[in-house]
Design a protein around this ligand. Sequence first.
Ligand SMILES: Cc1ncc(COP(=O)(O)O)c(C=O)c1O
Length: 408
Amino acid sequence: MTAPYLDIGRIRSEFPILKREAYGKPLVYLDNAASAQKPLSVINAMKGAMEGSYANVHRGLHLLANETTAAFEGARKTAAKFIKAASADEIIFTGGGTDAINLVANSLGQEIGEGDEIILSVMEHHSNIVPWHFLRERKGAVLKWLDISDDGEIDLDAYRALFTSKTRIVSLTHMSNVLGLGTPARELSRIAHEHGAKILFDGCQGAVHGDVDVQDIDCDFYAVTGHKLYGPTGIGFLYGKRDVLASMAPYRGGGEMIDEVAIDRVTYIDPPHRFEAGTPPILEAIGLGAALDWMNAKGLGAIAAHEIALAEHALTELQRLNYVHVYGAAHGKAPIIAFNVDGAHPHDVSTILDRVGVAVRAGHHCAQPLMKRLGVSATARASFAAYNTHDEVEALVKGLQKTHEMLR
Ligand SMILES: Cc1ncc(COP(=O)(O)O)c(C=O)c1O
């Protein structure tokens, strides 16, 4: 089996880390949903900035300050285009996905009062649960939980039934980091707006595996992280609709977000800079811009097609192993596959796979409510990226056969 559209050999040669071995075996890196590896173009963009053109942004009037500001703002434009935002002013750079969601919970959260309701689903990442728990604890907000089917799907009637006149915010994943299933974002968004609520999508996985169009989804916010998109850590971004951002108060104060500071008053500048207090992650934003350029050059459709082929191959093979249980529906899955091996703890599965060079994740995947819903304390998870191959799917399957022999 070969990838229909991607030159995988060439792609792999662009990721230096893929040349290394694990315990004398070729490295099979299948922990991409936790963090993806970085291509040379990202490494070189960050190194090039540090070596050739670096200064703080938005402050200086000298050559290096102007060049760095142009590169930083260029990355913002690239991020805006990547998710088809109407304007780069709707993109706020953050420290990552968690940071982006905390921004909304803290800024929009200032408008939340006792008894106001926030809708979440049971398959959220803790990053999209804990910031809302803070509003429950500190302001008396009420969290309302959308259940999923045993296959991991959302029932729109059950969703509709959660709304009341007190619903203010809906915050849902665009794709589960455990089940690899997308959510019907446009429908979810439409229903939230019908009830006068704002809606945020956690796009930390959704933006990696699909072509996102925030205008088509018509969401108020969309949170993205850089390190799963082949970019560096410490960077992500929040998309916010222009008028929604304009109406929000900042929650982090400092340099570069103010209009005027006096001893008795302070005023703020417009978004996005209103929400970017202090020196931003400049090099990381440049690295993220390079990562998005890299993905665009390969083709988002081609990457997604390759990943779906890998997921289908893996699911077909795993279904043949009657001692492996895969969680979530098999159809329409992105390449994120949570599973358990009968009679084996996922940590043991992961450790044995590791010894044959296959890196997967094991644990609760920062989704304890989902683990509870699935009736498990943990799972193993194999997740694939643009550089993974069908041979690596086979390596996973062989590793699982070995695991089963050792642990049964
Ligand atoms: C669905 C989802 N949301 C949020 C996050 C947190 O993103 P970050 O690591 O950038 O804080 C992750 C990362 O694992 C994720 O998978």
